[in-house]
Design a protein around this ligand. Structure first.
Ligand code: G2I
Length: 458
C-alpha cells in the first residue's frame, strides 16, 4: 500500500484511491455519456459510478409494475466495461416518487414498495456494489424525527427495516446502505440515524453501510467533528461511504475542504470510498456553486489537485512521497493543498531566522473559511534561505480562549506559551524558494488581523 521513496505515485483519482484500498466514484448522467470529454474524464479518473437520477423510482417505475431500465442499463454497462464499481441510488425515497405511489393505501403501498425493491435489485443482481436502500428518511433540524412521506405516514417507522429485509432477500451480495445529508457531523439528525443503525445492528436488521452525502457550502462547511462522526458510525460495525460529495466555492478554500474530507475518510478504516456528485461543474445540480473537481471545460481545479494529493497520488510535478503511518503523501511542492501557496484572507509573513543567507523559512497564515464558532486556516511555509531545509517549525500565539480542533500536514505542539507546528514526516524537505502548507481548524472567531508567525528551520 505504501509507496516510499521515489516510487511513482498514482496519477488519477481512481488509481490513487485504489492504492489506499478505496474507490473514487462520481455521479453519472446517462445523457452525457455520448460527450467524449465527459466519457473520457470518467473513464480516466474514476473507478466507481452512481447513476444520478436513472435508478430513482420515477425513472424506473413511472407507472405501476411498468419498469424502464434503459437509461440505468446504459450507465451500468458503461461502468462494467470499465471495471467500475456501481452504487445503486436509490430504492425508497420521498422525492422523485411518482404520484401513483402516494395514492396507494397502506397494504397496497407495502406491496408496491416490496415489489419495487425486488424488481430493481433482481434486474441488477450481482452488478451493484452497494444500494442506497432508503434515502433521506429523517427531518432536518433538532427534532431527530422521521421525515413525512407516503411510506412514513402510512407504514410507520417500521418501513425502513422492512425495506432493508426485503433488499437483503433480493440480492444478498449487495451492501445495503442508509443514505442522508446533514449527517456529516455530530448533530441531532446524525444522532437519530446513529440510534437507528445501532438498533438495527442490535436486532439483526440487515444494514451494511451508511452513506454521508457531503453537500457542503459556506453555510454548511465540513464539520470539525467530521472524522469523529464517521468513526462513531464505523464503530457500530457498518461501512461508511461519502456518497454525494460536492463543495461550493473555488480555489484554496474549496481545495482544503475536499482534502479534509479525503483525509477523514482515509483515517477511518471502514470508510470504503468517496463519490463526488458529478464530474464537471457545468452539469452539477448546483452548477452556479462550481462545486466539483473539474471546471466546465474539464480542466482540473485546485480541488482536484488537493484530492489527488490527499489520496497519496501525484500529478507528476512532485518528487514522490514518503510513507507516513500508512498514508502515502505525494510530495512537498505544488501538489494538492499546497496549490502554489495562494491563500485567501489576510496573510502575514512571519519572521525568518537567518535572513536570506543559509537556512531560513517563513510561515504565513491565511483564513480560508469561517463559520459561526470556527474557522479554517492554511499556513504556507516557505524556504526563504539559500539552503535546502530538512525540517521546519512554525509558531504563533493562539488567540485567548481559542483551541485547535484539528491540524493536518504537520505535528502540533507547544513551546513558550505558543502553539507550534513541526513538519510532518513527508513535508520537511524544502528547496530554496519552495513552499508547502499545513492546515488547521480552530474553535473561535477568525482573526481580523492574522497573528504573527515565526518559522525556525529545524
Ligand atoms: O439534490 C441533490 C441530491 C441530494 N441527495 C439525493 C440525490 O439524488 C440528489 O440528486 C439530485 C440530482 O443531482 C438532480 O439532477 O436530485 C435531484 C432531484 O431531487 C435531481 O434533479 C432533477 C430535477 O429536479 C428534475 O427537474 C430533472 O428532470 O433532475 C432531473 C433529471 O435531470
Amino acid at each position: 500500500m505504501s509507496m516510499a521513496g521515489s516510487a511513482h505515485a498514482a496519477s488519477t483519482l481512481g488509481t490513487a484511491a485504489a492504492a489506499q484500498g478505496r474507490y473514487f466514484g462520481t455521479a453519472v448522467a446517462a445523457g452525457h455519456l455520448s460527450e467524449s470529454a465527459y466519457a473520457s474524464t470518467l473513464d480516466t479518473e474514476f473507478n466507481a459510478v452512481t447513476p444520478e437520477n436513472e435508478m430513482k423510482w420515477d425513472a424506473t417505475e413511472p407507472s405501476r409494475n411498468s419498469f424502464s431500465f434503459a437509461s440505468a442499463d446504459q450507465i451500468v454497462s458503461h461502468a462494467q466495461s470499465q471495471n467500475m464499481k456501481i452504487r445503486g441510488h436509490t430504492l425508497v425515497w420521498y422525492s422523485q416518487l411518482p404520484s401513483w405511489v402516494g395514492g396507494l393505501a397502506a397494504t397496497d403501498l407495502q406491496t408496491a414498495m416490496d415489489n419495487h425493491i425486488t424488481q430493481l435489485m433482481t434486474h441488477y443482481k450481482g452488478k451493484i456494489y452497494a444500494w442506497d436502500v432508503v434515502n433521506e428518511a429523517f427531518q432536518d433540524g433538532g427534532s431527530g424525527a422521521r421525515r413525512s412521506s407516503p411510506f412514513q405516514d402510512k407504514l410507520g417507522d417500521g418501513y425502513i427495516e422492512h425495506a432493508f429485509r426485503t433488499a437483503r432477500a433480493a440480492d444478498p451480495n449487495a451492501k445495503l446502505c442508509y443514505n442522508d445529508y446533514n449527517i456529516d457531523g455530530v448533530n441531532a439528525k446524525s444522532t437519530a440515524v446513529y440510534t437507528m443503525v445501532k438498533d438495527f445492528k442490535a436486532r439483526g436488521v440487515p444494514i451494511d453501510c451508511v452513506g454521508f452525502q457531503g453537500h457542503f457550502n459556506s453555510a454548511s462547511p465540513v464539520p470539525s467533528d467530521y472524522q469523529a462522526n464517521l468513526q462513531r458510525f464505523a464503530d457500530l460495525g457498518v461501512d461508511v461511504q461519502i456518497t454525494e460529495l460536492d463543495v461550493a466555492g473555488s480555489g484554496t478554500a474549496q481545495a482544503n475542504s475536499y482534502a479534509t474530507v479525503v483525509r477523514s475518510c482515509l483515517a477511518v478504516s471502514r470508510c470504503t470510498g468517496i463519490t463526488v456528485w458529478g464530474i464537471t461543474d457545468k452539469y452539477s445540480w448546483r452548477s452556479s456553486d462550481t462545486p466539483l473537481l473539474f471546471d466546465g471545460n474539464y480542466a482540473k481545479k485546485p480541488a482536484y489537485d488537493a484530492v489527488l494529493s490527499a489520496l497519496g497520488g501525484s500529478g507528476g510535478t512532485t518528487s514522490g512521497g514518503t510513507t507516513n503511518g500508512g498514508t502515502t503523501n505525494g510530495g512537498t511542492t505544488n501538489g494538492g493543498t499546497t496549490n502554489g501557496g495562494t491563500t485567501n484572507g489576510g496573510t502575514t509573513d512571519g519572521g525568518s531566522s537567518g535572513g536570506t543567507s543559509g537556512a531560513a523559512c517563513s510561515a504565513s497564515f491565511g483564513v480560508v473559511s469561517s463559520w459561526a464558532g470556527g474557522y479554517q486556516v492554511t499556513v504556507t511555509v516557505k524556504d526563504t534561505g539559500t539552503a535546502a531545509l530538512s525540517a521546519w517549525t512554525a509558531a504563533w500565539t493562539e488567540p485567548q480562549g481559542e483551541t485547535i480542533a484539528n491540524l493536518w500536514n504537520a505535528v502540533q505542539g507547544s513551546a513558550g506559551g505558543q502553539t507550534t507546528a513541526h513538519n510532518a514526516a513527508y513535508n520537511g524537505t524544502l528547496a530554496p524558494g519552495a513552499s508547502t502548507t499545513f492546515g488547521f481548524v480552530a474553535n473561535g472567531t477568525a482573526p481580523q488581523t492574522p497573528p504573527a508567525m515565526t518559522c525556525q528551520p529545524s
